[in-house]
Design a protein. Structure first.
Lengths: 412, 227
């Protein structure tokens, strides 16, 4: 049969398809809401899960950054001896601080060495009182001038020693708050001295509230130069540095080369994990259960859409027969129901995404956190809804396309 | 009307439904309907008249035999081509109207033009013109639910003629209407036929059948020309 082709503009086009498919979506608002519920819940759960884990890992990373992520500790590598003890395989250079401070990302650095003395004493008075009970003296540390900046300590009174004291081997000491208490040093305007193995050291300051290396509060700290002169310090114990946020991975690679260019493998750097490592591990821990739950709910939502679309096809057999009699092809009928189901899915996805975003924002406000959510997750949630609709519409629309107009028109 | 062109020709059409038992709804039917004819088909229920209408409307295929519509054999057409022929050469009027309850009268009448490929800009004027022709210009924005039975069937007729079909097929168009309204619809059909539209009406109402110029009786799948 000769059928003149219809101009493209007058054919049953995408616009017509959309108009016909969406015209009856709102026909039964109650049923539409029930249909949407599953998709809304599923998409909402997925988006909220993604948002919660991003927010939480952002939050944890921030807390982590604030203290530990900004510090590195550089030590010589250790090797186990035959006796089971571990010994350092190399010595840090005395100018390690200068070498570190040349690196970008290092904000402050300091040597810190525990000074071991066999039976040393540290007292505030030079008198030896045989009747006094034996006490354990506070630990003695040797450090360079920038120690307090590096560990974030706050001076309660007095001042810190500096590079000048270090270079001149001045006998000055800085006391941690607990050590000051046990030694009975409460003020420094009286120019108190302490006696370390009988050698008099002038107390120049007392500090408190260190952000890291809390053990220093119990200690007595003297300049490295003085310790080398008076206690024959053989090598620095470690180098601590305060670093910029995010500089950890780079410094972990650079520091060994800066300290020991000839044998970088002999240097161990305790650098904090980078933010990205941390985020991913937190996300995978936190998200898996909710993600699976969301998928299950979404599956139920898809089945709901399939069910209702099937019901709608069965109810509209007469309409389908009419459309076929009026000249609609099978494809046009099938397309109409697929699009209807995709639009319902998209609608559910949009609402679900919004619900998820609002849930993340609400939780963040309640917890005082900063909400973090990749916008792609929200957009993807809506699209996923449409995809669920597409899958759900498959069987009902095929059923609709197979309806014979003769049967449909006879029945109604 | 001299030597009018045939618009519909059935040659030895048989339609059987596979059993068991096999039922032959139509047996060797020959029919020629000319341009501008007004034919009524009568017969008891189960006689095969609906099967005949379905075949004429390209909703069903004959098991044996040929159906030539507007000079061309329909046997070779694909499913989509048959849909296109339905959209552009045939109009249907059903006993139960088959109007879409949530669309306005104008939208219902415009529906077939979606599939027939009528030029987009002409669709609304043509729908309004068709409604004017059936005397329903004042009901354009109503929904079918608030119309009377006669008005609904007029809407259905307007929908059937809006695509300017070659043949209008009516299946018991007055089956749900009372005698007075039936008369109105038949008058409308006669007006349309006078304008040149070919009409085939299936009915079991003898009064309706008598108003057609030709009447064909079908009994037990066989056809008999009465007038």
């Amino acid at each position: 049969m000769s059928i003149a082709p219809v101009p493209r503009a007058d054919r049953f086009g995408v616009g017509d398809l959309l108009a016909e498919a969406t015209a009856d979506i709102g026909a039964r608002p109650g049923r539409l809401l029930m249909t949407l519920a599953g998709t809304v819940l599923g998409i909402g759960a997925l988006v909220a899960t993604a948002g919660f884990s991003q927010t939480a890992s952002g939050q944890i990373a921030r807390q982590f950054d604030a203290v530990a992520a900004t510090q590195i500790v550089v030590k010589p590598a250790t090797a186990a001896t035959a006796g089971g003890r571990s010994v350092a395989t190399t010595k840090l250079p005395w100018d390690a601080v200068d070498r570190l401070e040349r690196l970008a990302g290092v904000e402050a650095a300091s040597l810190l060495t525990r000074v071991d003395r066999e039976k040393g004493t540290i007292t505030a008075v030079s008198v030896t009182d045989p009747s006094a009970p034996v006490t354990v003296p506070p630990p003695l540390y040797a450090a360079s001038g920038e120690l307090l900046q590096t560990v974030g300590g706050h001076l309660v009174t007095g001042r810190s020693f500096d590079e000048g004291h270090d270079a001149r081997h001045d006998r000055v000491a800085l006391l941690g708050a607990h050590a000051a208490e046990s030694l009975g040093v409460t003020r420094i305007d009286t120019q108190p001295s302490i006696f370390v193995d009988g050698i008099s050291y002038a107390v120049v300051g007392v500090f408190d509230e260190v952000e890291r290396s809390g053990e220093l509060l119990d200690g007595v700290i003297v300049p490295t130069g003085s310790a080398r002169a008076d206690f024959a310090l053989s090598a620095p114990g470690d180098v601590r540095a305060r670093i910029a946020v995010g500089a950890g991975p780079l410094l972990r690679a650079q520091v060994p080369l800066a300290i020991a260019p000839d044998d970088p493998g002999s240097i161990e750097v305790g650098a904090p994990a980078a933010r990205s490592d941390l985020s991913s591990s937190v996300q995978s821990d936190l998200g898996v259960v909710f993600f699976v739950l969301g998928l299950i709910v979404l599956l139920a939502g898809g089945l709901g859409i399939a069910n209702v679309t099937m019901l709608s096809v069965m109810e509209r057999v007469g309409e389908i027969g009419l459309r076929r009699a009026l000249g609609a092809t099978r494809r046009q009928i099938g397309g109409q129901f697929v699009v209807e189901s995709v639009v319902i899915g998209l609608l559910g996805g949009l609402i679900g995404s919004s619900v998820g975003v609002f849930a993340v924002v609400a939780l963040s406000i309640a917890q005082g956190w900063t909400p973090v959510l990749d916008p792609l997750v929200a957009v993807g949630g809506a699209l996923l809804g449409a995809l669920v609709g597409l899958g759900a519409g498959g069987i009902p629309s095929r059923r609709a396309a197979r309806i014979e107009p003769v049967v449909a028109l006879r029945g109604a | 009307m001299t030597a009018a062109a045939a618009v519909i020709e059935l040659h030895e059409v048989t339609r059987s439904f596979p059993g068991p038992p096999e039922v032959q709804a139509l047996r060797g039917v020959n029919l020629r309907v000319n341009e501008g004819d007004y034919v009524s088909i009568v017969g008891p229920s189960g006689s095969g008249k609906s099967t005949l209408l379905n075949i004429l409307g390209l909703l069903d295929r004959p098991t044996v035999g040929a159906y030539v519509l507007a000079g061309e054999d329909t046997g070779a057409l694909t499913e989509d081509e048959r849909a296109a022929v339905r959209a552009r050469k045939l109009g249907f009027v059903f006993q139960s109207f088959h109007l879409m309850p949530r669309r306005t009268v104008l939208e219902n009448v415009s529906l077939p033009m979606l599939y027939s490929g009528a030029p987009r800009a002409e669709r609304e004027p043509r729908a309004r013109e068709a409604l004017h022709r059936v005397g329903l210009s004042h009901r354009v924005d109503f929904r079918p639910g608030v119309l009377s039975g006669g008005e609904r069937q007029r809407v259905a007729v307007a929908r059937a003629v809006v695509t300017r079909p070659r043949v209008l097929l009516a299946d018991e168009p007055t089956g749900n209407l009372d005698r007075h309204i039936t008369g109105e619809i038949m008058t409308l059909f006669e007006e349309l036929n006078a304008d040149g539209l070919t009409l085939i009406v299936i009915t079991h109402d003898q009064h309706v059948a008598d108003r057609a110029r030709r009447t064909i009786r079908i009994a037990d799948g066989r056809m008999q020309e009465l007038t």
